[in-house]
Design a protein around this ligand. Structure first.
Ligand SMILES: NC(=O)c1ccc[n+]([C@@H]2O[C@H](COP(=O)([O-])OP(=O)(O)OC[C@H]3O[C@@H](n4cnc5c(N)ncnc54)[C@H](O)[C@@H]3O)[C@@H](O)[C@H]2O)c1
Length: 330
């Protein structure tokens, strides 16, 4: 039986990944400090005989050594996530995103030197492309960050350091790593509390409140359902040719944030209006947004059999239905 460690296992994506790994017959250890996630996200599998939940931080060296010791595979999702959180707590973001990754990789390299080949998945982000002006981003494109005085870039830069560390571990010591750059993942259990747009919109529309759109709403994003993303991650980890490589993962169908708001309002029954808010009011006077963000998925599609099962209408309908049932809200 494969023993798998999921860091951030009580988070939004982590909890779906844990469920999928259990379904595959793995023994799963989920570690989480509940900084943004919560173990309640694992309610459906909480008493599963092959699941062990560990409450604590992966930044704690003795805990890290304990959970890494017998893992055959590690999925590293623990991080400080979300533009609003980054704007509020830049020190936390940088420290949370860099040091635990460094320590995890060091522990896995040490195990490899003892003959244990532990596979490692790193959850990275489209934010590493920064504000690259290309209309579609592929994995070999430049990372174009703004100045260090604008804290929002610290999230992408910290994840870029993680990528360098993981790729260096592959190049120098042969550690089998796979890096996935997620583009706007959405679905049940995602919290709107840290700036994620779709759960915020659904929550407001279902409560009949105004939907707050930043700026004029012409900025575009691509939204993929968490189950499609989790299937892609698991499939990449099964493919030896994915090792030592970076993959965009998500949807490549852009929609403007204004149109997204309109579609959510329509799906929720049409009672809410749209309010616009400047970036300065939403974040701070120095905030710089990325206007368009579309992944090139060619590498993903040529490496695994990637076909999404959820389009945006199905995603919105599911979220509205979930929100209408109070017991399933996050
Ligand atoms: N949701 C998206 O659209 C998206 C996009 C790009 C990248 N990502 C990446 O995917 C991963 C998961 O994100 P998510 O959307 O599920 O967010 P999330 O906040 O729900 O998940 C992160 C989890 O990590 C936990 N955590 C944070 N620091 C920890 C630590 N030191 N020790 C133990 N647990 C810790 C949090 O409590 C949380 O449960 C993150 O690495 C994020 O950068 C997500």
């Amino acid at each position: 039986m494969k023993r798998v460690l999921v860091t951030g296992g009580a988070g939004f994506i982590g909890s779906h990944l844990v469920e999928a790994l259990l379904e595959r017959g793995c023994a799963v250890t989920a570690i989480d400090d509940e900084s943004t996630g919560r173990f309640a996200n694992l309610a459906s599998v909480r008493n599963h005989p092959r699941l062990m939940c560990v409450a604590g931080s992966i930044a704690d060296p003795s805990l890290l050594d304990r959970v890494v010791a017998d893992a055959d595979e590690v999925y590293h999702l623990a991080a400080a996530v979300g533009v609003a959180l980054v704007a509020r707590q830049p020190i936390e973001t940088i420290e949370r995103n860099i040091y635990p990754t460094d320590r995890l990789l060091a522990a896995l390299r040490a195990r490899r030197r003892q003959g244990d080949d532990v596979r490692f998945f790193l959850a990275s982000t489209s934010e590493v492309y920064g504000k690259n002006p290309k209309p579609v981003w592929n994995e070999d494109d430049d990372l174009v960050f703004g100045p260090t005085t604008r804290m929002r870039w610290s999230y992408g830069a910290s994840k870029a350091i993680d990528e360098f560390l993981a790729l260096a571990s592959w190049r120098q010591e042969g550690l089998p790593v796979v890096i996935g750059r997620f583009f706007n993942v959405v679905g049940p259990r995602q919290s709107g509390a840290y700036g994620m747009v779709l759960p915020r919109f659904v929550e407001s529309a279902c409560a009949g409140r105004p939907l707050v759109v930043h700026d004029d709403g012409s900025q575009t994003r691509c939204f993929a359902h968490v189950s499609d993303v989790v299937r892609a991650v698991l499939s990449l980890m099964d493919h030896t040719e994915a090792r030592g490589r970076v993959f965009n993962i998500g949807s490549d169908e852009p929609i403007s944030i204004l149109e997204l708001a309109q579609r959510v309002i329509a799906a929720a029954g049409g009672g809410s209006r749209i309010e616009h808010q400047t970036y300065a009011t939403a974040f701070d006077a120095n905030f710089e947004d990325v206007r368009h963000r579309v992944p090139d998925l060619t590498r993903l599609r040529t490496t695994i059999n990637y076909a999404r099962r959820y389009d945006l209408d199905r995603i919105i309908a599911e979220l509205v239905a979930t929100y209408a049932r109070p017991e399933t809200r996050t």
